[in-house]
Design a binder for this molecule. Structure first.
Ligand SMILES: [Cu+2]
Length: 176
């Protein structure tokens, strides 16, 4: 578990405990017994306190917003705009989308659904330009900028079974 995950877990537990305590306090304060004993409620005092409770809520929400707004994804660097999901399965490749633009970075997200495969990416001249493991339950990310338009080929580079040699994706297009 990452320290971020641990922090979120601990924060969650703190909120659960706080929620239980607040629930208990509310239940206790609204118990029938206290009213029956004649402990009257000063309505005027409660009404005068209302704007302060409203202010309290606004400040609380403001503080929560101030602490959490920075985690919103607007400020993150999300990498290249072109993304290609490549998934290896015995015995083929699922590639989405099937074409990208030349001279703009492409982020490949490579994974597998069954056993280990590897994405061997060949340029139009048949030269290997990328070799990325495709691992089940894990996404490996590689960024590449194509400088040459054409038809690229993906071949499996990890022996994955009796039809391993058939794991070819013949037409990944790089367009101008
Ligand atoms: Cu394979």
């Amino acid at each position: 578990m990452t320290s971020l995950g641990m922090g979120i877990g601990i924060g969650y537990m703190i909120f659960v405990v706080l929620g239980l305590i607040i629930t208990a306090v509310v239940l206790y304060s609204t118990k029938r017994g206290r009213r029956d004993k004649g402990e009257g409620v000063d309505i005027g005092k409660a009404e005068r306190a209302e704007p302060w409770w409203a202010l309290f809520i606004v400040i609380l929400l403001g503080v929560l917003l101030a602490f959490t707004i920075w985690r919103a994804p607007w400020f993150q660097d999300n990498g290249p705009g072109q993304r290609v999901q490549v998934t290896g399965i015995q015995f083929g490749w699922a590639v989405q989308p099937t074409s990208v633009k030349v001279n703009q970075p492409v982020q490949f997200n490579v994974t597998a659904l069954d056993v280990n495969h590897a994405m061997g990416l060949f340029d139009p001249q048949g030269r290997l330009i990328m070799n990325v493991q495709a691992v089940p339950d894990y996404t490996t990310t590689r960024t590449h900028t194509f400088t040459e338009p054409g038809t690229y080929i993906i071949r499996c580079f990890e022996f994955c079974g009796y039809q391993h040699h058939k794991m070819i994706y013949p037409a990944f297009k790089v367009t101008a």
